[in-house]
Ligand binder design. Structure first.
Ligand code: GTP
Ligand code: SPV
Ligand code: MN
Length: 609
């Protein structure tokens, strides 16, 4: 069958498609006026066909099969390289439900704007219908969505990042609640126009309607702006559903750990974007007897299971990981995962047809084609790959994927970890005194800005629960919701312990104090020995710390005083940080729960006593 013939077989909805989906697709097609409507079935043949189309259009370059089988390089428009938080909107009915950390627009006004933008937006293009499940299809914890998009790159990405295809579509019946996601690159083609390799629009809107569970995204084809299953659905819309239903949708990795005595633990850890979730999710322990297995690297849905315990699933089916800094020394598991069947975006192309990026190897190639398609040498003075360049690959391809990563009931969570990228103040590890203190630690995560979103790299920004850009409702209400989830768990007797970590503290010379990466297993060892009741801890103003000698640093070649510096608590700078936290809390118009402000008062009291 030719490519054209193969596509033609999907021009109408598959038998059994629910009328609600057909009617909605017709409505969106009438608005956006595409040339054709294609119903995606999720088959490998379909993905191959899309790849061929994109190679023809110049969107994708096929990599050398000898080094990177069945893999592709995409170069985005240089203006479309990261999430645009300034153009991301929560259009709740009440402005206060979006809260001060979100951009808000009145739903009716936003609908008028979007109707104008989407009218005819797909002219000259195809509208692809992409049915997907977040979580294993049929799991009681899974949720269904349908995205329409005019970007084949987005279809291909959705095919890797979610369970996508006809089986999902056919699972929708009259009683199914499914999320509607509408996406256009916003670049209609008139007859005779030639397309560009990466169509997009300078005008961008990533708009969410929490009450009607709808997403409308215009103007970008990049990552979280366009792969709407990910941040838009699985975090922003899902966090609202979770608030209403009593569970949590969080920006967290999930990791299974087995200790030398054979006890199995699962941890959930929230770090801001580009702060090490993928690294920790693929941890290679450096200490003997420990085994680490991957469950998820970016998003977790957590809720109380039938057994009364906090359980979690990874709603995604793939990894959209930061490429720069990923190498054998830092993340060997990721390197093994992306051996083939991978889409790379905005990395450099080697002369041999393979990919390269800063940090992949110590040795720097003498010549590359950089992420913008220009010749590059080590003398160029610019990075060859964009700092937010990424790989997209199926989770199933990860050699350390845990057997239970698709367990429909999810895994039991034994510990929750919050972390940020902090050069100062925050110790290597702290244990929360209790759930409420843990919620305070989550609410006060802050981090130096990374390349994952637009803005000045390095500036300190507040990122509560690593959810600042991803919470679909008022952030202060999110903390109240965490408190109520804790209360609910307490009523059945098992509440996971909460910890804070910081791999990024720097010494006077500006270098990282802690070796990080695989050595982070030492910190997890202490955390899980605490959970297992094997080790005591010492009180400090910030929470419980390892006693001297308890954190296993055997075989580490640390300079003198490094441990002291990693755990140093400077009262002056902590009082300043507490004052800044007070200011931050004040921006929430009195909605910060009393239990959280009480934690701040207690911190100040302990610092000054
Ligand atoms: P998103 O996908 O954007 O949500 O981010 P992520 O949290 O999954 O980011 P990722 O794991 O890809 O983080 C990448 C960055 O963190 C790279 O620059 C890594 O080098 C750095 N990193 C990860 N772990 C460590 C560590 O233990 N120590 C140090 N110093 N850097 C680390
Ligand atoms: C993040 O920025 O946290 C990501 C990448 O995981 S994106 O999907 O583009 O949001
Ligand atoms: Mn993320």
């Amino acid at each position: 069958m030719s490519i054209a013939e193969m596509t033609r077989t999907h021009f109408s909805a598959p038998d059994g498609t629910n009328q609600s989906v057909i009617a909605w697709v017709e409505e969106i097609a009438a608005l956006t006026q595409p040339d054709e409507v294609v119903w995606c079935n999720g088959s490998p043949e379909e993905a191959d066909e899309l790849a061929e189309l994109m190679i023809e259009a110049g969107t994708l370059t096929r990599l050398n099969d000898e080094y990177r089988p069945h893999s592709f390089l995409a170069r985005s428009d240089p203006s479309d390289v990261a999430r645009v938080e300034s153009r991301t909107f929560i259009c709740s009915v009440n402005e206060s439900d979006a809260g001060p950390s979100n951009n808000w627009a009145a739903p009716a006004e936003m609908r008028t704007t979007l109707d104008g933008l989407f009218e005819g937006a797909m002219r000259g293009r195809r509208l692809y219908v992409v049915p997907f499940s977040m979580g294993p299809l049929g799991s009681p914890l899974a949720k269904i969505g349908v995205q329409v998009t005019d970007s084949p790159y987005v279809v291909m990405s959705m095919g890797i990042m979610t369970r996508m295809g006809t089986a999902v579509l056919q699972s929708i019946d009259d009683s199914t609640e499914w999320v509607r996601a509408i996406h256009s690159v916003g670049a209609p083609l008139a007859a005779g126009d030639t397309d560009v390799p990466w169509p997009c629009n300078q005008t961008k809107y990533i708009s969410h309607f929490p009450e009607t569970r709808e997403i409308w995204s215009f103007g970008s084809a990049y990552g979280g702006n366009a792969i709407l299953a990910k941040k838009s659905f699985a975090l922003r819309i899902a966090s609202v559903i979770a608030r209403d239903e009593g569970w949590l949708a969080e920006h967290m990795l999930l990791l299974k750990l087995t200790n030398p005595r054979g006890r199995v633990f699962h941890i959930a850890a929230a770090f801001p974007s580009a702060c090490g979730k993928t690294n920790l999710a693929m941890l290679k322990p450096t200490i003997p007897g420990w085994k680490a297995e991957t469950i998820g690297d970016d998003i977790a849905w957590l809720g109380k299971g039938a057994d009364g315990r906090l359980r979690a699933i990874n709603p995604e089916a793939g990894f959209f990981g930061v490429a720069p800094g990923t190498g054998i020394a830092t993340n060997e598991t990721a390197m093994d995962t992306i051996w083939g069947n991978t889409v790379f975006t905005n990395v450099a192309l080697k002369d041999n047809g393979d990919v390269w990026w800063e940090g992949m190897t110590d040795e720097v190639p003498e010549h590359l084609i950089d992420w913008q398609g220009n010749d590059w040498t080590p003398e160029s003075g610019t990075p060859s790959s964009h700092p937010n360049s990424r790989f997209t690959v199926a989770a199933a391809q990860c050699p350390t994927i845990a057997d239970e990563w698709e367990s429909p009931q999810g895994v039991v969570i034994d510990a929750i970890i919050f972390g940020g990228r902090r050069a100062t103040n925050v110790p290597l590890v702290v244990e929360a005194r209790d759930w409420e203190h843990g919620v305070y630690l989550g609410a006060t995560i802050s981090s130096e800005r990374t390349a994952a979103a637009e803005g000045t790299i390095g500036e300190l920004r507040r990122d509560p629960f690593a959810m600042m850009p991803f919470c679909g409702y008022n952030m202060a209400d999110h903390w109240a919701h965490w408190l109520s989830v804790g209360q609910n768990l307490r009523s059945s007797g098992t509440v996971p312990r909460i910890f804070q970590v910081n791999w990024f503290r720097k010494g006077a010379d500006g270098s990282f104090l802690w070796p990080g990466f695989g050595e982070n297993s030492r910190v997890l060892e202490w955390i899980l020995e605490r959970v297992d009741g094997q080790v005591a801890a010492q009180e400090s103003a910030l929470g419980l710390l390892p006693r001297e000698g308890d954190l296993n640093i055997d075989g580490l070649d640390l300079d003198e005083n490094v441990m002291e510096q990693l755990f140093a608590i400077d009262t002056e700078s902590w009082l300043a940080e507490a004052a800044s936290t007070e200011e931050f809390f004040a921006t929430f118009d009195g909605r910060v729960p009393a239990a959280v402000t009480r934690q701040l008062e207690q911190l100040k009291a302990r610092l000054t006593s």
